[in-house]
Design a protein around this ligand. Sequence first.
Ligand SMILES: [Fe+2]
Length: 354
Amino acid sequence: MQIETVERMTPVMPQALPSILVIDDEDGIRDSLSLFLNKKGYDVLQASSGDEALRHLKSRNFSVVITDISMPGDRGGLEVLQIVRDQHPDTEVIMMTGHLDLNFAIDSLKHGAFDYFKKPFLFEEVNLSIHRALERRRLLAKAKELERLRHRQETMGQLHTQFMISLANMIDAKSRYTRTHSERVSGYARYLAEELGIGGKDLRKVVVGAKLHDIGKIGTPESILNKPGRLTTEEWEIIKEHPACGAELLKPISFMEPYLPIIRSHHENWDGSGYPDGLAKDQIPQIVQIVKIADYYDAVTSYRPYREPMSYREVVETLEGEIGRGFPEDLVRTFVRMVEAAPWEKESRESLSV
Ligand SMILES: [Fe+2]
């Protein structure tokens, strides 16, 4: 048997006037309040019972519902309130009561009513309450929209970052000597950053920036990247373009902005002899220095066609030889201490990802 489902669609149309549903079994109050609100410029619809109100609520959306609490029939104002809260979360509800005992009205606030009035009331007071209800509704809608945009932006940023990391991995994979290089650099850089007490956003910059640091090699010919022997001066000049190329490549993407310093400056030296900008000492941000030393460590401990990976003793000697030239002394000392402990040998590769 084919089951036919009919969805009641509320047409999305620009509403020039805020719409108000006035529910009261007393004709006089309902008519006079409706007339007053009409004159104030609202689009007003009336209902003389809870059941009639529900029929209206099924056919359209209202900005505000004003309902009497006690009405004849199965559905009084509190039932209407419950249904509006469940099915129309963006609609504000204002209660009216003729009871001397206000407990019902106070109870309605606990169940999500915006305000209540005890009859007889001044219409102008109701009008002020409607104003406040509409303002709250507007602010809530704005907050929801901002949250939606923020979430979308965050998702877009994550997708962009993921895409760029995949691209960087592809570049690493172009050469069998640098396969997973950026992932390893990211792991070492993370350990060092944590050792230095870096956390939060800066730690993420280090971890993701390290994964992306060589992305500019996308513009470096494969014949140079994969050359089995030492590079000529001209080939070195081409290789040296990759930090600036990478930064230029990612510059137009706003989400990549936090990682640009690492990409552009990871070949700058502490003594100012690096490239592309010849930065020195504190001109090189700490997060860049961290990735730079991790990059250096991975290069000297990896196999190259023209040399074997360095031993632990050689690594330490080479790093210490770089003090004052490539790196500041305290960074080298901390890194060497970390290499001695080699935390990456104790933990699984999965734990390195952010
Ligand atoms: Fe590089």
